[in-house]
Design a protein around this ligand. Structure first.
Ligand code: GDP
Length: 140
C-alpha cells in the first residue's frame, strides 16, 4: 500500500480543553506519523473558505464561527493509507455514533464540537496540505 499524507485539524473545542496531546497520542498509536503541525487562529473568512463546500448547509454559520472561535492545530499525518486510516481513527461525525477508541468517541463534545477534521479524499488532502503548509515532502 502507498504511503500517503492527509490533512488534520485539531478543532477549538480540543485546544480550549488543552487535549491536543491526548489526540496526538491516539493518532500516533495507530501508526500514523505527525510530520508537520502548527497552531494557528483562523479568521472567520479563512474558516468560511475552508468549509465553502458546506456554505448552503444550515449549520454553516455555527461551524465557521466555531472554527474561528479559538486556535486550532493544523497537521500533516503520514502513513500507509493515511487518508482512510485517519477517517477511521476520527470516528463518525457525531460522537454519539462513533466507535469506542476513536478520537470523536473519546474526546468530542457534540456533532459541531467534534474535535477533529480529516481530509475525505487524497485529492482534498493534497489541496488542504498545500493551502496550509505549501506542501510537505514525504520523507521515509
Ligand atoms: P466530517 O467529514 O466527519 O468532519 O463531516 P462533514 O464533512 O459532514 O461536516 C463537516 C463538519 O461540519 C463536521 O465535522 C462538524 O464539525 C460540522 N457539522 C456537521 N453536521 C453538523 C450539524 O448538524 N451541526 C453543526 N453545528 N455542525 C455540523
Amino acid at each position: 500500500m502507498a504511503i500517503e499524507q492527509t490533512f488534520s485539524i485539531i478543532k477549538p473545542d480540543a485546544t480550549r480543553r488543552n487535549i491536543t496531546g491526548k489526540i496526538n497520542a491516539i493518532i500516533e498509536a495507530t501508526g500514523l506519523r505527525i510530520v508537520a503541525q502548527k497552531r494557528i487562529h483562523m479568521t472567520l473568512a479563512q474558516a468560511q473558505q475552508f468549509y465553502a463546500v458546506h456554505r448552503e448547509r444550515p449549520f454553516f454559520g455555527e461551524l465557521t464561527e466555531f472554527m474561528a472561535s479559538a486556535p486550532v492545530v493544523v497537521q500533516v499525518l503520514q502513513g500507509e493509507n493515511a487518508v482512510a486510516k485517519y477517517r477511521e481513527v476520527m470516528g463518525a461525525t457525531n460522537p454519539a455514533n462513533a466507535a469506542p477508541g476513536t478520537i470523536r468517541k473519546e474526546c468530542a463534545l457534540s456533532v459541531g464540537e467534534n474535535s477533529v477534521h480529516g481530509s475525505d479524499s487524497l485529492d482534498n488532502a493534497k489541496i488542504e496540505i498545500a493551502h496550509f503548509f505549501g506542501g510537505i515532502e514525504i520523507v521515509g
